[in-house]
Each structure stands twice: as structure tokens, then as C-alpha cells.
Design a protein around this ligand. Structure first.
Ligand code: ATP
Length: 245
């Protein structure tokens, strides 16, 4: 029997005042899959991710995480989830290491597990030089590295990352890429948004395009000239909606 999808959304809708939001989204993230969301600013990527994480309640539709209805997910289910959707770090006054320890505790690891997971995360994200620095003093990119490390250090099976390459230098982008590929190979299901189509193509098994709160198609990660294919989809969708208005 195959594993339940790590995330499963059916007919998911959430409208904000003025009509923005997401509308009728069907989207799955399978175990072992990296599923990328791309779209212009305001397309609805963050909104959809927040719905998938139970941070926003849908007006209609259903979201399941690791097979559990998100509105009924308990602490044990959330311990299987790792996410970075809003601010990378909670505590500017704490060091990078202390932030990672808090993240590990919040994910339910015991004392020995916390230490091992934090050491592994510092090593994986090459944070040794910065572990003792207060988070508020870290550069944007190093703060982002600590945030990603904190989201992933408990080896979650279901992962949501909103534009994780934000602020990362080229070395950080490679570290992130390898960490996502390794986790997917180990069975994690990963939903990730990005504006960097080339980077997305390197890691994603599937690329879904959102426009104005709706899924309008997909891009082939192995395809030629993804940028052109992306804009063709968006322009066609905009033109169709204008014609119908
Ligand atoms: N809480 C809210 N109240 C009202 N409107 C909102 C709210 N959250 C998001 N929106 C609107 O919903 C739309 C989708 O926003 P969202 O942040 O999901 O887009 P995005 O694809 O993540 O964009 P970006 O690439 O800029 O991060 C936008 O028009 C945004 O202004």
C-alpha cells in the first residue's frame, strides 16, 4: 500500500475582501516528492501554504496533512511537519544555536534529541561560525539559514517552505538544494515556492503555476526555456479572464 500524500488539498478556497485569495485548489504532495509552486507576486502561493498548514481556515474545501484533516491535526501530526512560511526566526535576542534548540523543543524532541539535532543542523547548514551570534545580529542570509535549519532539524515528513532561497548566497542555495533532495529521497513530501525558475527546475519533480488564486497549469522541470513557458501560461490566463469579464 502506498503512503498517504504528505499534503492533500481538495477544492480549497479562501477569499479575502476585494476578491483576492485562492479559489478551488486541488493539489497534492506525495511522499518523496518535491512540488514547487510558482506565480507572480500576489498569485496566492503564501495563502495556499498557510491553508495547507492550518494557519488559515478555508472558506470551503478540505486539506489533509499526513492523511489527517488539518482542522483536527494533533501535536503528534504537527511534529511530522516542518515549515518556514513567515518570519525565519522567532527570537532576535537568542543566539542561532538557542533558536535551533527552541525549534527542536517545539517539535517535541527530548533533551538528547535536541542536542543531536541542533549539532546536525549547524553542520548541515554550515552555521558553525554563527551559532553563538545573537539572531538579530545575523545577516539576512544567515538568519534565513538558521530559519530553514530550525524548520527541518526534526526530519519532518511533510515540509512547506515559502521562498526559502530569499536572501541566500549561492553556497546557501546549494546547501538548501541538497538538503531538500536528501529529505525527498528519504520519503519527505515537500511543497516549496520560489521566483527562481532555474533553481526550481533543479529540484522539483512537479511545478504548478498559480495565477490570481487559481492553478492554471504546470511546467516541465526538464523543459526548455521555463521562463517563456511560464509567461505564456500567465498571459493566456490573463487574456482569457479579460475576455470573459
Ligand atoms: N490577510 C489578508 N487579507 C487580505 N488580503 C490578503 C491577505 N493575505 C493575502 N491577501 C491577498 O491575497 C493575494 C495573494 O497573496 P499571497 O501573499 O498569497 O501571494 P503570493 O503568491 O505569496 O505573493 P508573493 O510572491 O508576493 O509572496 C494578494 O492579493 C494579497 O494582497
Amino acid at each position: 500500500m502506498s503512503a498517504a500524500p504528505r499534503f492533500e488539498g481538495r477544492g480549497v478556497a479562501r477569499a479575502f475582501r476585494g476578491g483576492a485569495g485562492v479559489h478551488g485548489i486541488d493539489l497534492d504532495v506525495a511522499a518523496g516528492e518535491i512540488h514547487a509552486l510558482v506565480g507572480l507576486n500576489g498569485a496566492g502561493k503564501t495563502t495556499l501554504m498557510r491553508l495547507f498548514l492550518g494557519m488559515l481556515r478555508p472558506d470551503s474545501g478540505e486539506v489533509r496533512v499526513c492523511g489527517v484533516d488539518v482542522s483536527r491535526a494533533d501535536a503528534a501530526t504537527w511534529a511530522r511537519v516542518g515549515q518556514l512560511v513567515e518570519h525565519p526566526l522567532a527570537y532576535a535576542e537568542l543566539t542561532g544555536r538557542a533558536n535551533l534548540e527552541v525549534a527542536a523543543r517545539l517539535h517535541g524532541l527530548d533533551r538528547a534529541g535536541v542536542r543531536a539535532a541542533v549539532d546536525r543542523a549547524i553542520d548541515e547548514f554550515d552555521l558553525g561560525r554563527y551559532a553563538g551570534v545573537r539572531a538579530g545580529r545575523l545577516s539576512l542570509g544567515n538568519r534565513q539559514r538558521v530559519g530553514i535549519a530550525g524548520a527541518l532539524l526534526h526530519e519532518p515528513e511533510a515540509i512547506v517552505l515559502d521562498e526559502p532561497t530569499n536572501g541566500l548566497d549561492p553556497a546557501g542555495v546549494i546547501v538548501l538544494r541538497e538538503s531538500l533532495l536528501r529529505r525527498a529521497a528519504a520519503g519527505a513530501g515537500i511543497l516549496v515556492s520560489s521566483h527562481h525558475l532555474d533553481e526550481v527546475a533543479r529540484v522539483a519533480d512537479r511545478i504548478t503555476v498559480l495565477n490570481d488564486g487559481r492553478i492554471i497549469g504546470s511546467l516541465d522541470p526538464g523543459g526548455f526555456d521555463l521562463e517563456r513557458a511560464f509567461f505564456a501560461l500567465v498571459h493566456d490566463d490573463d487574456a482569457t479572464r479579460r475576455a470573459a469579464a
